[in-house]
Design a binder for this molecule. Structure first.
Ligand code: GAL
Length: 425
């Protein structure tokens, strides 16, 4: 990291604060004098996740030995707990300096819309990030010409993880279509094997988005989010019926399992399949498991050739207690060294396009190839395609569906959610 650029950025940040203050438009909770520490908020505490963060913190500590890193991570996969805690803090005018926010509607529709994060255009310019971040990502973190976050990775949501031994022992091939998947799961069920490992509610939402994609195809899936696919259509009914059917193959204790617990059922040979983002690979590797032997992977049924993505990114809070230290953190998060340390451990590929491929394992190398060649669509569960209020409505409808399995009621609730919070307004 070039310390001169950091010094310059610090001056720019301080200058912009001074200008804001002079203009009388000081953000709520105006920055206090820098305490030379940065509080970074995320939900990376669990298996596979904390290790990735730690690897990036190590780079940060080496680059900025005088700045204390305060790890304010709150446990709970997909940020279900952390985001509630963050919302409370933001409401109370007590923001962490920087937090994890998904590129896409989560960022734009929540934090930008709420005036809670600062534009980072100057940092992008100083670091030359526009040359190394994917062009397709920039619009998902921008509003009105301002860029609002620093993406650290690209994750894939539509991955079907499987236990190769369990499949081989039962004469089951890796399924490519929904029908093949159901046939495979019938065979496994008849043999007394749990076909599908599922966890707590957000993992069911994750499963739902992959079944919508796998049943509808990429174009119609995209149309759900821009209003060109009718949520009331027979195709969506078929997708929801597939989803209802998929859930019949799941373990009965799903509600009490974290995503790691569910993934572990597959690794331990207690279940055959698990649909989860590729942070699961970071977890498998942390457990010392070997790719292609202990676990295998494929695109979720029906979604071959499509990469359903999400991107973790970090932001600068309006009213950050220490904007200089926060800028230092963001500088590392966007750097080649930071991303090369973080991603091979986290189970994601770099957001940057210039990372050294040889640092990554065989799964992530295949993800890089797919990211470069597949049709790319966005994830619902992880913030890309729908704003928070729409996602919450979908999640509420899902909660009821999990309890009553009524596809008609579920579909009507999804139609209503698009009408109240989505593009069907
Ligand atoms: C996602 C996040 C991933 C991973 C996952 C499970 O929302 O983008 O990085 O942390 O949740 O916790």
């Amino acid at each position: 990291m070039n310390k001169k650029i950091f010094a310059l950025m610090s001056i720019l940040v301080i200058a912009s604060i001074a200008i804001t203050a002079c203009g009388g438009a000081a953000p709520t909770g105006a920055p206090a004098a820098g305490g030379n520490s940065v509080e970074v908020f995320s939900w990376w505490t669990g298996g596979g996740e904390a290790a990735g963060l730690e690897a990036m913190i190590k780079v940060f500590n080496a680059e900025y030995p005088d700045v204390e890193f305060v790890n304010a991570a709150v446990a709970g996969g997909a940020g279900t707990n952390a985001r509630a805690v963050l919302a409370t803090r933001l409401q109370a005018g007590d923001p962490p300096d920087s937090w994890q926010g998904h590129a896409g509607q989560e960022l734009i529709g929540t934090y930008v819309a709420g005036g809670q994060i600062e534009p980072l255009n100057d940092l992008y310019e100083a670091q030359g990030w526009l040359e190394v971040m994917p062009e397709t990502l920039i619009p998902l973190i921008s509003d009105n010409g301002n860029i609002y976050s620093v993406p650290v990775n690209i994750h894939r949501a539509n991955v079907l993880w499987y236990n190769p031994t369990v499949l081989a022992d039962n004469g089951v091939e890796v399924p490519a279509t929904m029908d093949e998947w159901f046939a495979a799961m019938d065979t496994l069920k008849a043999a007394g094997v749990t076909p599908l490992a599922v966890g707590e509610q957000w993992t069911k939402l994750h499963l739902l988005e992959t079944v919508l994609l796998g049943t509808l195809g990429a174009d119609a899936y995209n149309g759900l989010w821009d209003g060109t696919t009718d949520w009331a259509s027979a195709d969506v009914t078929a997708a929801l019926e597939n989803y209802a059917k998929a859930l019949t193959y799941a373990n009965s204790d799903s509600a009490s399992l974290s995503w790691q617990d569910a993934a572990q059922l597959v690794i331990n040979g207690d279940a055959a399949f698990n649909v989860m983002g590729d942070w699961a690979e970071g977890y498998f590797r942390e457990l010392g498991k070997a790719p292609n032997t202990d676990y295998g992977w494929a695109a979720t049924p029906g979604s071959g050739g499509v990469f359903q993505f999400l991107s973790d990114s970090f932001v600068l809070a309006v009213g950050a207690p220490d904007p200089e230290a926060a800028t230092a953190w963001l500088t590392v998060a966007g750097s080649k060294a930071g991303q090369e340390a973080f991603n091979p451990v986290k189970g994601s590929i770099c957001a940057r396009t210039d990372c050294d491929k040889s640092l990554f394992g065989v799964y992530l190398q295949s993800a890089m190839d797919d990211w470069a060649s597949n049709v790319v669509v966005g994830s619902l569960t992880h913030g890309v395609v729908a704003n928070d209020s729409w996602k919450t409505e979908i999640d509420t409808a899902l909660g009821l569906f999990v309890a009553d399995s009524n596809v008609d009621t579920f579909q009507s609730a999804l139609v209503a959610a698009c009408a109240s919070s989505g593009p069907c307004k």
